[in-house]
Structure formats: structure tokens, C-alpha cells
Design a protein around this ligand. Structure first.
Ligand code: ADP
Ligand code: ZN
Length: 742
């Protein structure tokens, strides 16, 4: 682009406005300014950082202000990411600038200079090291440990990391420097938080015919540099990850990079290990990185040094120079959706990014979202099935237990059915491991008065509080409010306050009372708070030091233990009662995923599902491991009620501290919607109080709009924003393709 073409820049500002702004570029900056750079511009009475998103020949108003200065020496936003963020802003109804802000890690955005830290590296050759080690062993065991460490890797290592890894102080390290065997080196704060996991190389496995079919499609697309989406529908253990690994390898051979999105990294450390065992330059992006680490990773990706990026949701914005393949593992997971602006779903953003960069996209799951499955059925995506487990291991047998027939003479529902109790006992005797899944944490989930209608609720949220015995308090799981348990009913004064509903804490108690002499562990966000807690349980499971593991959905992901032969789903219904058109889908997914944890090894597995809905199709299909049967029934239901994939859903939440203002505003939104959405273009549900009618002191009303013409979302958004008057600080939130409807 010539200099004169850069006279006027188009600038996106991170403000909730639906437009960009024009500025003139002073002569002195025209050589260096490029689209994708951040710039300082005057805005109103302040100075703001914006993003140069392009140039215009003529500004929209005759008098425009000057760009003050450039904040980057290179475009921090690459051209494909510029396009992608523009699409996100339009699709998810937020501003381009806000989206761009979400793409850059804060450390890059704030121009933090990278921290330099002191490292050591060998001052002698590998051969000299090898000769030194035996000598040192007799002289000083710490010295020999350090030198031995460097025989594997000649790379510099931060002194603090080395000391903690070898469990020594830094003084022997310093001594070795004095002796001339090691030398100091300043390095950027360490790049790879997983550096201490030295992963032995693993060979690629010869693909099975099913895997080869999936890969054929990927290779063809990479050869042609053509965009396409493959839905890889494969039960757990059917070899999906092996397909990903081959696909990435092929992309690297074409000098292109790969992004792998996973729902959760802390819970799946083995997944990361498998990628590191095959490839050298793997960057792992997750929420526990320090700002410095994140910045280093970002630079390594930007320059093409890191070629395989494994990360959660926001890794879809990794600034790879030449992206070849994008993999979304467990594509149905809700964690891919961001619940704040920009409210994107990384799975759908992945598809759009693939389109922009001519990359091959693989969506993998044993229980795909209905949206993706429908896209595969209609030919938009390429559907590949991996129908059998590798080496033909059988899927576990599943038994459904109707809990209403377990209600005893005392009219109480037992925590465990007879059958499950018996099976646990059997497994424990055989020294086989058991996983018990219950998706509710705490002790009891409901505190109420049997005489009047009092239920202990959070004063800030319209939510029943959960009793936690560990803290001897009732807690709100939404805002962390806590309160002591009343001795008498605060409403009617009756003395017996009752506690109902079982959480994992109580389940653990119950299991300990029944099976006191077995090793029992619990895994939920209460017990996993401490650093390293998760790994400990994980290691203990491997070592066989845990017989019965109790947990929330933390235990449903990536748990691959050969000695787990029994899985019990304590309540298969918790997700079925949530008011959401996806509740059947969630239930099917959860039950299928947790059932898949049994029988991963040589011994066969058994699964028990306790439920009050034994004939619900989501439970029946999950028991048969039959995704397609479920999907067909569910699609019929969605079609009839015009839910996605047969419409696009947009949720509007009106919230604020003043209940009347919220209600009024919600009603006004509805009136505007009526005029904009004729009957043949969509359906409007609500306004009604949201399932959580009050959250952190804000009242909430919502509307759900099913649109048959998806282009309407933008028009609706603009129109409502312009015409609905703001009352007493109520705020209107627009969520396209909502995932959580609470
Ligand atoms: P998924 O990701 O679908 O759960 P994996 O890729 O982890 O499945 O495969 C399950 C198991 O089968 C792993 O232990 C893996 O090493 C093995 N496996 C996968 N593909 C092959 C293959 N082509 N040949 C032999 N073993 C395989
Ligand atoms: Zn609360």
C-alpha cells in the first residue's frame, strides 16, 4: 500500500458502539502504520487505545483528528484475525474493538516488557558432563544430580525451577557455576510451564481403516489448502486423538500450524502429554499461565516457533502465521462458550477461522451437539464415524434403576439403590475401582421448614442455599454468600428445620459409613481447591490407592483408568430438570460420558444409572450408548418446537437492581420485538423472570427469540438499543446461540 493510501485510518475502539472511527495519519507515521496495529487516538476529552482496522480514501466527516502515536511496531492483530474478529462482532452483537481486546492477551495489550530471569546452562560439553557425573556421585550427591539433569537437556533452566525440580537449594547450583561446570544466562521468563514434564517420544500408530478414512479427507484438504469441516463421531477410546495427531503431523509437513481446542486443561493433563510426545514445539495455553508466560507463548506463536497450540477457548485466537488444521475436541462442551462480551462459542469461531484461513477443521466428540450433527446430516460437514473401540474392547453394560421403586416404608428415597450398594461391595472385595458421580456439591442442597413454606435462600440471589458441613454454613453457589443454619424456622418459629437433597459431601459420608475400610476420595471444586490436589487424586487412582472415587462432573472427563469396573450415576436427573431446551441433550451427554469411564481396561465394565425418569429417551439411549438414536428423537422434537438447529436462538436478558424498571423494560423490549419479528420470521417467548430471577442483587427477566431468518439478530439488536429507553440503570444483554439459560 502506498503512503498516500494511508492518509486516513479506520479505527475500532473497545467501546460498546456499533461503528469504527476515522482519523488522519500524520505524515511521519504513514510509513510504519499497518492494519492490525494498536494506536493512540484522541476520543472526546480523553486519549484511547484503538485498533487500526484499515484505511479509507475519504473520511466520513471533513474534519478528523490525528492519530497520536502507534503502540506497536508490528501488527499485533494478523490479517485473518482482523477478519475473524469482525465476523464475531457482527454475529455475537458486540463491537469490533471489544472483540479485538479479547483476542490479545492482557500482557501484550499492556505492553509489559518481558521479565528476564536468571538461568543456568552447562559450561561443558555433553561428553564432559557424562564423564563428570560418576565422579561427582562420590563427592557430592547434589552436584551429581544437577549435572545428571543437564545430560538430558542442554537448554538453560531458571535457577529457581531447577532447585524446585531437584528439591535442592540454589547454593549447590551456584557452587557449580564457580567451579566452571555451569554458567549463568539471562533468559525471558520461562516459556513453557510444562517444561519439567520430560515426555518420551512416542511413535505414530498405523491408522485403522476408519481412522484412515477420516485422515484421507484431512490430507486431501491440506493438499489443496481447502477449507472443510469434519465431524468425527467416535465413542471414547475409538481413536479420535490418534486421528488428530496424524492430521497435525501432516499440517506441519506442509509448513502449517495446528490449533487444538480442549474444554479444560487442568483436568486433562494426559491429553497435553500425548501431543508433547509426538511434536516438538507445543505451546500450551490455559488460565493458570502468568502474564509473562502468556506473553512469551504469544510471541512464539506469532513468529511461528510454536507450531502446535493446545489450549482452552481463547486459544482459537492464537496468532499463527499459517494455520492448517483446527481441532475442537469434545466439541459439544459448554465451556467453549464465553459468558461475557464477546459471547462467542469457540467451536463456531473455529469453523469461521478455518474458512478464512483455508484450514481443515475437525470437530470430535462421542456425543456431538445437535447443531453439528445436523450440519453433518445435511452435508455441510463431512461425517466420519469411529464406531468401535480400538482392539474391540466392549462398551460397559448399563443398568437403569428406577428410584421410585426404591422408596422404602419410611417414604424416603435412599441415596444408594440396593443393586448399586451390592455392586460397590462386590467391586471393593475384588479390589476393583468404583466411580460415583453426583453433580451437586455440598452436604444438603435444600434447607427448609416442614411447617411453613420457608426455604433458606440467598439474600442476593433467588437461589436455595446449600449446606456445607466442612464450613458448617449455608453457601450460595452463585455469589459465595454464606450464612449460619438457623436453629428454628425464621418465619414461623417451628423448631425442626429440615435439610433435603444430597450433595457429594453427604454422599461421601454415606459411603464411608457403609464401606469404612475402603479407600475413599472425593473430587469436586471444594476438595480440589489446593494446588496439586487434582494430581494427587489422579496419581492415587493410578497407584490403586483409591477404591471409591466420588465426584461431580470433574470425574467425567478424560478419566482413563483400566481398573475402574463400576460407575454409578447417583442421580441421572439433575440436568433433566433444568428449564432449557437442551436439557435432554445435556443429560444424554453427561450420562454417556460418565458411563464411558467404566471398563477401559481388560476387565469389562458395568454402569448403574439411578433415575426417576427410567423411560426418558435421553437416559434410554445413553444406556445403549446409541448417539444416533438419541439424536434422531431429539431432532424431531427440536423441529416440532422450532428450536436449533431449526432456528437461531437469541436470548435477551434485562437486569438491574430495580425490579419494576426491569419488568417495564422487558415488556418494552417485547413490544419492539413484535414489530420487528413477523410470525413467519420467528417466535418470541417471554418476557418472564429468568430461572435465576435474582442474581447478585440484580433482578432478571428474559426473552427467548427463535429466528428463522438469522439476519434479523443484528437488526433487532440495533433497533432495541436505539429505541428502548434506559430505566434506572437496567441493562439489556444480548446472547446469540445461548448455552446457559439460567
Ligand atoms: P479417543 O481419543 O477416541 O478416546 P484414543 O485416540 O485415545 O481414542 O485411542 C484409544 C486407545 O487406542 C489409545 O490407547 C490409543 O493409543 C490406541 N489407539 C488409537 N489408535 C490406534 C491405532 N491405529 N492402532 C493401535 N492403537 C491405537
Ligand atoms: Zn447469592
Amino acid at each position: 500500500m502506498t503512503n498516500s493510501a494511508k492518509q486516513f485510518a479506520d479505527i475500532a475502539l473497545p467501546l460498546p458502539v456499533d461503528r469504527t472511527f476515522h482519523y488522519s495519519v500524520p505524515e511521519g507515521l504513514r510509513d510504519s502504520i499497518q492494519a492490525g496495529m494498536r494506536v493512540l487516538v484522541p476520543f472526546g476529552k480523553t486519549v484511547r487505545t484503538g485498533y487500526c482496522v484499515g484505511f479509507v480514501p475519504v473520511p466520513e466527516v471533513p474534519k478528523v483528528k490525528d492519530v497520536i502515536q502507534l503502540k506497536d511496531s508490528f501488527p499485533a492483530i494478523t490479517p485473518p484475525l482482523l477478519k475473524l474478529t469482525k465476523w464475531i462482532a457482527e454475529y455475537y452483537l458486540c463491537s469490533w474493538g471489544e472483540t479485538l481486546d479479547a483476542v490479545l492477551p492482557p500482557s501484550i495489550r499492556k505492553n509489559r516488557s518481558q521479565r528476564q530471569i536468571l538461568a543456568v546452562e552447562p559450561a561443558i560439553t555433553k561428553e564432559e558432563l557424562a564423564a563428570m557425573v560418576p565422579k561427582m556421585q562420590t563427592e557430592n550427591i547434589k552436584w551429581s544430580k544437577i549435572l545428571e539433569f543437564f545430560m538430558d537437556s542442554h537448554e538453560p533452566v531458571p535457577i529457581t525451577d531447577l532447585a524446585s525440580k531437584l528439591d535442592i537449594s540454589d547454593s549447590p547450583v551456584k557452587t557449580l557455576v564457580k567451579k566452571g561446570l555451569l554458567k549463568y544466562k539471562k533468559i525471558l521468563s520461562y516459556t513453557d510451564p510444562h517444561w519439567h514434564i520430560t515426555v518420551p517420544r512416542e511413535p505414530f500408530l498405523e491408522p485403522t481403516p476408519h481412522q484412515a478414512q477420516a485422515l484421507g479427507w484431512v490430507f486431501e484438504h491440506l493438499d489443496k489448502a481447502a477449507f472443510g469441516v469434519q465431524l468425527l463421531l467416535g465413542i471414547t477410546g475409538s481413536g479420535k486423538t490418534e486421528v488428530y495427531l496424524h492430521a497435525i503431523n501432516y499440517a506441519l509437513k506442509h509448513n502449517r500450524q495446528a490449533i487444538v481446542l480442549v474444554p479444560e486443561i487442568a483436568l486433562t493433563p494426559q491429553a497435553v502429554t500425548r501431543f508433547k510426545a509426538r511434536f516438538d514445539d507445543v505451546a500450551v495455553l490455559h488460565s493458570h499461565l502468568s502474564e509473562g508466560e502468556r506473553a512469551t507463548q504469544w510471541h512464539n506463536i506469532y513468529t511461528g516457533k510454536s507450531k502446535v497450540i493446545v489450549g482452552t477457548r481463547s486459544a482459537i485466537f492464537a496468532p499463527t502465521p499459517n494455520l492448517g488444521v483446527i481441532i475442537v475436541d469434545e466439541e459439544h462442551e459448554t465451556t467453549f462458550k464465553q459468558e461475557s462480551v464477546p459471547r462467542y462459542n469457540a467451536r463456531d469461531v473455529a469453523v469461521m477461522r478455518g474458512k478464512i484461513e483455508n484450514a481443515a477443521v475437525i470437530l470430535g466428540s462421542a456425543t456431538p451437539s445437535l447443531e453439528s450433527y445436523y450440519n453433518a446430516q445435511t452435508g455441510k460437514y463431512n461425517l466420519i464415524r469411529l464406531p468401535i473401540r480400538i482392539s474391540n474392547r466392549p462398551l460397559p453394560k448399563v443398568e437403569i434403576i428406577d428410584m421410585s421403586s426404591e422408596v422404602g416404608a419410611r417414604k424416603e428415597v435412599p441415596i444408594l439403590s440396593h443393586q448399586l450398594e451390592l455392586l460397590i461391595k462386590n467391586a471393593a472385595e475384588k479390589k476393583e475401582q468404583v466411580i460415583l458421580f453426583l453433580n451437586r456439591r455440598g452436604y444438603t442442597t435444600f434447607i427448609m421448614c416442614p411447617k411453613c413454606d420457608f426455604v433458606m435462600r440467598c439474600p442476593h440471589c433467588e437461589i436455595a442455599m446449600t449446606y456445607h458441613r466442612k464450613y458448617n454454613k449455608a453457601l450460595c453457589h452463585y455469589c459465595d454468600e454464606s450464612a449460619p443454619i438457623p436453629q428454628v424456622c425464621p418465619k414461623c418459629g417451628a423448631v425442626e428445620i429440615r435439610q433435603l437433597g444430597t450433595g457429594t459431601e453427604k454422599l461421601e459420608d454415606h459411603i464411608r459409613a457403609l464401606f469404612g475400610n475402603t479407600d475413599i476420595a472425593r473430587m469436586d471444586s471444594d476438595t480440589m481447591r489446593a494446588r496439586g490436589a487434582y494430581k494427587k487424586v489422579f496419581d492415587n487412582l493410578w497407584a490403586g490407592d483409591i477404591d471409591i472415587l466420588i465426584g461431580t462432573q470433574m470425574v467425567t472427563k478424560g478419566f482413563d483408568f483400566p481398573n475402574v469396573t463400576l460407575v454409578g450415576v447417583i442421580s441421572g436427573d439433575t440436568s433433566l430438570y433444568i428449564k432449557d431446551f437442551r436439557s435432554a441433550e445435556r443429560t444424554f451427554q453427561l450420562v454417556t460420558q460418565v458411563a464411558g469411564r467404566a471398563g477401559r481396561g481388560a476387565k469389562s465394565g458395568y454402569v448403574v444409572i439411578q433415575t426417576f425418569n427410567p423411560s426418558h429417551y435421553s437416559i434410554l439411549s445413553a444406556a445403549k450408548h446409541d448417539y444416533e438414536e438419541f439424536a434422531e428423537k431429539e431432532l424431531r422434537f427440536r423441529k416440532e418446537l422450532k428450536y436449533p438447529p431449526f432456528s437461531r436462538v437469541m436470548r435477551i436478558v434485562v437486569q438491574g437492581k430495580d425490579m419494576d424498571a426491569v419488568k417495564e423494560t422487558a415488556k418494552e423490549v417485547k413490544e419492539k420485538l413484535y414489530l420487528m419479528v413477523p410470525n413467519n420470521a420467528g417466535e418470541i417467548l417471554g418476557p418472564a423472570p429468568a430461572p435465576i430471577a435474582k442474581l447478585r442483587d440484580k433482578h432478571r427477566w428474559h426473552l427467548l427469540i427463535k429466528l428463522f431468518d438469522s439476519r434479523l439478530t443484528r437488526k433487532i439488536h440495533l433497533h432495541i438499543r436505539e429505541t428502548v429507553k434506559s430505566r434506572k440503570a437496567t441493562e439489556i444483554v444480548f446472547d446469540v446461540d445461548p448455552v446457559v439459560m439460567l
